[in-house]
Structure formats: C-alpha cells, structure tokens
Ligand binder design. Structure first.
Ligand code: UDP
Length: 344
C-alpha cells in the first residue's frame, strides 16, 4: 500500500492500532492529535512496532484557531484520503455537556472534510459506532437497522454519518465509508499499545482489566435482570487489531470505486457475549480473580446487540478473526505490562 493517509485521533486507542496496521502495509501517515484523551508516547510506540515514522501534527481538529494550520498541513502532505477518529467518546459526559460534544465532534469532522477538499483527496473513512442503532432491532443487526441513538454522543456519530452522505451526494468525487464499530477490545499482541482511559473507565473491558491488575477493587455489573441467557447485557466484542484491518480494507475498497459513494458498514464479529461470559474469559486469560457485584442497570443500556457483519465481508473481503480468548489475552498483556497506562 503506497497510500498517503491523514489519521485524525491517530494516537488514541483505535487510532494507534489503525496507524500500526497502515504503516505495516507501507502507507505514509499524517497523524493529527491534540492528546486530549491520548498520550504522545503512543505515537513513539506505533513507530517502534511498525519500524516506520509518521508525520505528527499536534493540533485540535475542533479549534477554529488551528484550522488554517491543519488545512495547510494536510494540503502539503498530498494525501490520498483520511481516516477520521478524533472526537469525544464518553456517553455520560455527552449527556452532561451536549453542546461541547456537538461542537467538538461535528466541528472536527468538518475540518477534516474541508482539508481533504482543499487537498483534492475526497476519500474518507469515518469512525462511527453501533450506538447509532436503536434498541428495537432484531439481532444480528445489519446496516438497514433502525437508527435511534439514545444519547448525545451517539447522535454526534449519527449526524456526522448523515453529513458525510449529504456531502457525497453533492459532489460525486467523494468516496466515503462510515464504519459502525461494535465493542472494540484487546490490544496489539506486542503489549506496547492499548486502551488507556482517563480516570474511571466507562467501558467493560478496561474496567475488568483494572480490577484484574489490582487498580480497582471490584467490577460493577450493570443489571442481571435482562432477558438474556444469564441476565446480563450481551455485546459483540471485536479485537481492535481486526477493527484496524477493517479500516485498511475500507480504504482499499474506496480506492477501487470509480464513482462517488457513501456507505455504512458494520464492523463486528457477529457473535454476542454476556458481561459474565466476558468476565469469565478474562479471568482465565489473566489467571487473576475478578471480584464483581451486581448493581442496577445503567441508564440507556440495551439488553443485547450484535452485528450482522456480512456487508464488510462482501464489499471489503474482511471478517473478524480473533476470538474472545485472544481479545482477553492481548488486553491483559497490555494492562499487565503497563499497569498505569502510558504515564508509567
Ligand atoms: N458494563 C458493566 N459494568 C461496567 C461497564 C459495562 O456491567 O463497568 C456492561 C454494560 O452494561 C454492557 C456491557 O458491559 O452490557 C458493555 O458495556 P460498554 O460500556 O463496554 O459498551 P457499550 O456497549 O455500552 O457501548
């Protein structure tokens, strides 16, 4: 792959794995990140793993004062396209501060779109989320499923998807894929990069990992009275390296398209696991105890969702390959080698 790709949010959890994947395929990267929820050390480690350098621009995609710099840097880089991952992602915070979420997430996407236009490189892969689906869909959920996000974070993802479709409709030079991620977990098998949440983790796997390593006393399991096999919520966990390969596959697909397009594509495994199944798998992989207590349901959570990932297979010739066991083993390797994350 001789592509030149702009990766916004390239130092983050998913972004860092996407960068390693693209670099290992021979791509050249311009990484734009403001390290608001990521660490410069991640960029160092990306380069170590891939044995290749990236061009790094430390700027805020949502700050109007940085826009001129960003557009110029993107133009100068002469990219073939961009992958947009920069943004805020905490559901609870988005309920408390919706205006900031709309401003940062939508503003960042618009800045990349403007920069890619200026660089005459109208190819974009957007980091969307299964959170755009409502709770009324039968599982497995395909891309035609009803969209009804239940919080401001999810709505920013949904609005950006629609915005990208409007832009593609207005100009058939645009080629776009909105990747609807299910639940990314795990880490690069080297243990050098992984998820490093700020403060109390919101998501299940980083929480379990911090309990296993002794940073937290116990996990709270949000509800065991759902209509599922063991009463706990069911999700489609996908290894972050599989997810990263999905981005490379989406880019290759877009480069082959002769006309404009904007499509939504699920990235998941197609298999759902309950919270208690995930805890048991992590316990086996880490050989550590994972104490937990059952607490009331978390607001906005749904009982069960897992993907129909056949469109990604059909269009991109991509499918998830790594098992829950590998997700847990790799997540644990990262957590145990970096108990305090990148700040260690
Ligand atoms: N969950 C839990 N305890 C936690 C975090 C999550 O029981 O500390 C459950 C949550 O209710 C859901 C599943 O784990 O059923 C996955 O939650 P996560 O926040 O990781 O992803 P979501 O699917 O909500 O985006």
């Amino acid at each position: 792959m001789s592509d030149r790709i702009v990766v916004t949010g390239g130092a983050g959890y998913i972004g860092s794995h996407v960068c390693v994947e693209l670099l290992s395929r021979g791509a050249s990267l311009l990484v734009i990140d403001n390290f608001a929820n990521s660490h410069p050390e991640a960029v160092t480690r990306i380069q170590e793993i891939a044995n290749a350098d990236v061009v790094l621009l430390e700027r805020d995609m949502a700050d109007p004062a940085h826009k001129t710099d960003i557009v110029k840097a993107v133009k100068d880089f002469r990219p073939d396209g961009g992958i947009h991952l920069a943004g805020l992602k905490a559901v609870g915070e988005s309920v408390a501060e919706p205006a900031r979420y709309y401003s940062v997430n939508i503003g960042s996407a618009l800045t990349l779109i403007e920069a890619l236009e200026a660089a005459n490189a109208r190819t974009i892969v957007f980091s969307s989320s299964a959170t755009v689906y409502g709770e009324d869909n039968a599982n497995p959920v395909d891309e035609a499923g009803a969209t009804a996000p239940t919080n401001p974070y999810g709505r920013t993802k949904y609005f950006i998807e629609d915005m990208i479709k409007d832009i593609a409709r207005s100009d058939d030079k645009w080629r776009a894929v909105n990747l609807r991620y299910f639940n990314p977990v795990g880490a690069h098998p080297s243990g050098k990069i992984g998820e490093d949440p700020n403060g109390l983790p919101n998501n299940l796997f980083p929480f379990i990992a911090q309990v296993a390593v002794g940073r937290r006393e116990k996990l709270s399991v949000f509800g065991n009275d759902y209509p599922t096999s063991d009463g706990t919520g069911i999700r489609d966990y996908i290894h972050v390296s599989d997810l990263a390969r999905g981005h490379a596959a989406a880019l290759s697909y877009l480069h082959q398209q002769e006309t404009g397009c904007a499509i939504d594509v699920n990235l998941g495994t197609g298999v759902g696991y309950s919270v208690l199944e995930a805890v048991a798998a992590f316990k086996r992989a880490s050989n550590r105890d994972i104490p937990y207590e059952i607490v009331p349901r978390r607001d906005g959570d749904i009982a069960e969702i897992y993907a129909n990932a056949s469109l990604a297979q059909k269009l991109f010739n991509w499918r998830a390959e790594k098992s829950l066991k590998e997700m847990c083993a790799d997540h644990w390797r990262w957590q145990s080698q970096n108990p305090d994350g990148y700040t260690d």
